[in-house]
Design a binder for this molecule. Structure first.
Ligand SMILES: [Zn+2]
Ligand SMILES: [Zn+2]
Length: 253
């Protein structure tokens, strides 16, 4: 049942024929989670407790700061900050209280953190990243299953524009865990072929972008090259430039 629910956004992302359907899914779900953590999640005590414990990473704090609901961000950050202060306090007390043994172990015991979840762990957590990674893991698993079962999906997959490099690498890496035998061989072959063709295509589009700056080409048509720079950046490094509709506040007008 779950598989059925997850298949629809997957199809939609592939039918958009963008540079990377998995980036599109990532971006859409990231936007949904942002809305959720800035709004609806405050109604759910379990989620609130977890948010107060984990906070967000730099990327997601940045995105939420650019959204309009500054009060909601301030409230959740304030609660998280108080939790951070208590844990920094706990860690500091444990360090002050660490026994100062003479000799071999003295230096090590003074530097030892209070527990495994010391200040390092406090600084490195993001509840949104955790949720999003889990969602994307499910979509990628569903991608292999759908490719295996549906010939129409195989066609859309083969005639698409390939993937960004990180997702291309991920699909190659995880294929043997999800497919085997002839399926694995065919999937890998199609994936590589599509990626090669589309890297070659985008290289030409980017080149034409640069050539358009030559005065002799000024009157010639742009073709597909007008947005070639941002599409290439996203092809190389996932979501370097955000999708307009998923994160309008990050795009200059
Ligand atoms: Zn991607
Ligand atoms: Zn994050």
């Amino acid at each position: 049942m779950k598989e059925h629910i997850d298949t629809i956004p997957l199809w939609e992302a592939f039918r958009e024929e963008g540079e990377c359907p998995l980036c599109r899914l990532h971006s859409r779900n990231e936007a949904k989670y942002r809305e959720y953590f800035m709004g609806a999640s405050v109604m759910e005590p379990d989620v609130r407790v977890e948010t107060n414990k984990k906070g967000f990473c730099a990327r997601h704090y940045g995105q939420m700061f650019r959204m309009s609901n500054r009060l909601s961000l301030a409230l959740s950050t304030h609660t998280y900050l108080k939790d951070v202060i208590s844990r920094v306090e706990e860690d500091a007390k444990a360090r002050e209280g660490a026994p100062k043994k003479a000799g071999l172990f003295s230096r090590r015991s003074a530097a030892a953190p209070a527990d495994a979840a010391g200040v390092e762990a406090v600084a490195g957590t993001c509840i949104l990243c955790e949720r999003l990674e889990d969602t994307m893991r499910q979509y990628v698993e569903t991608l292999y299953v759908t490719w295996k079962k549906e010939s129409e999906f195989r066609r859309v997959f083969a005639t698409g524009k390939g993937f960004c490099l990180p997702h291309y690498a991920q699909l190659l890496r995880e294929a043997p865990k999800n497919l085997s035998g002839g399926d694995l061989a065919e999937f890998t072959k199609t994936l590589i072929q599509t990626e090669r063709e589309n890297l070659a295509r985008i290289e030409k589009e980017l080149e034409w972008f640069t050539l358009k700056f030559d005065y002799r080409n000024a009157d010639k048509p742009w073709g597909n090259s007008e947005d070639a720079v941002e599409r290439t950046l996203n092809k190389l490094r996932m979501l370097s430039i955000p999708f307009k509709d998923d994160e309008p506040e990050a795009r200059p007008k």
